[in-house]
Design a protein around this ligand. Structure first.
Ligand code: ADP
Ligand code: MG
Length: 292
């Protein structure tokens, strides 16, 4: 492609709310066969709400929820906000906490009156030597409903299972369909539970799910997809997406996402959803075709 045609193409894209930070991306998009997509905040709203709170026998609901929310009040994760809002919405007072620690990709812990409180994914419970089989049926059901199952332990004893649900953005179904119409394969990459990821993928017709990815695993997943398929685009919004955005042949950031994601990306979508991805690819094909 000539510099002039690239300028015309990127100018046209800008009118459609697709900002090319690198002209090279316009040339690469036309040959892209796979679009890898972050789940939370890209396919979904990134605003989960607490939907279920199931106690183990012998535990008191208010005191467990207050303890869990107190620990989560120090976390930046969207899941944390959902739990804190649920507790404060019930008028619960959150106790003081000490020794807060966030175990990235697993969960959080802190002490309340000298008692250790731990909250997180099943893999966090496994890491601290707890078995979550008690809630196996509930966790499976919630996962299949697209909810994220979490667990709480106090003093090394499992006390509750919690589920949060993050609604899919209104525009996501159409965005995925447009990508399929262009013949692309769509892959979801998520740190979330496998069943949860697969349930959401099923609703959206997403072709492949890479789930339970640890924080630095997204880059590795993109590397593997490149080896397998060739040119890869990656769409994401979060701080934890930046390395994958840089690793992909074309990194595409959601404009309403974090500055760090935007800086790492080659393309920025102004609309706040992924509708622009198919538009950018179609435009890339049209631009490059016109000048060959
Ligand atoms: P994602 O952004 O896809 O959720 P993360 O690596 O941030 O990926 O988190 C992976 C999983 O770790 C979450 O789905 C959740 O189960 C658990 N987790 C992370 N942070 C917290 C937290 N503050 N409270 C409870 N669980 C958490
Ligand atoms: Mg995200």
């Amino acid at each position: 492609a000539t510099p002039t045609s690239i300028m015309v193409g990127t100018g046209r894209a800008a009118q459609m709310g697709v900002l090319f930070r690198k002209g090279e991306a316009l040339q690469q998009l036309k040959d892209t066969k796979v679009v890898a997509v972050d789940k939370t905040g890209t396919l979904t709203q990134g605003k989960p709400a607490l939907t279920d709170f199931i106690l183990a026998a012998g535990s008191d609901r208010s005191s467990v929820l207050a303890a869990v929310a107190a620990v989560e009040s120090r976390s930046e994760h969207p899941i944390a906000r959902a739990i804190v809002e649920a507790a404060t919405g019930e008028g619960l007072m959150l106790p003081a906490i000490d020794n807060f620690t966030s175990v990235t990709g697993f969960g959080v812990q802190a002490d309340i009156d000298g008692h250790r409180v731990q909250v997180g994914a099943d893999r966090y419970m496994h890491k601290i030597g707890l078995d979550v089989a008690l809630f196996e049926d509930e966790a499976r059901r919630m996962g299949d409903e697209g909810k994220t199952p979490l667990y709480a332990a106090i003093e090394g004893k499992l006390v509750a299972m919690i589920a949060v649900s993050d609604p899919i953005k209104d525009t996501t179904v159409a965005a995925i369909k447009s990508l399929h119409d262009l013949g692309l394969t769509v892959v979801m990459i998520t740190g979330d539970n496998r069943r949860t990821g697969e349930a959401i993928a099923r609703k959206l017709g997403i072709d492949q799910v890479i789930a339970e990815v640890l924080p630095d695993g997204k880059v590795l997943a993109v590397k593997r997809l490149k080896e397998q398929y060739g040119l890869i685009a990656y769409v994401g919004d979060g701080i934890n997406d930046a390395p994958a955005l840089a690793q992909a042949d074309v990194g595409i950031a959601i404009g309403t996402g974090t500055d760090i994601a935007i800086e790492a990306a080659d393309v920025v979508l102004m609309s706040g959803d992924m509708g622009g991805v198919a538009r950018a690819i179609a435009l890339s094909k049209a631009t490059i075709r016109n000048i060959q």
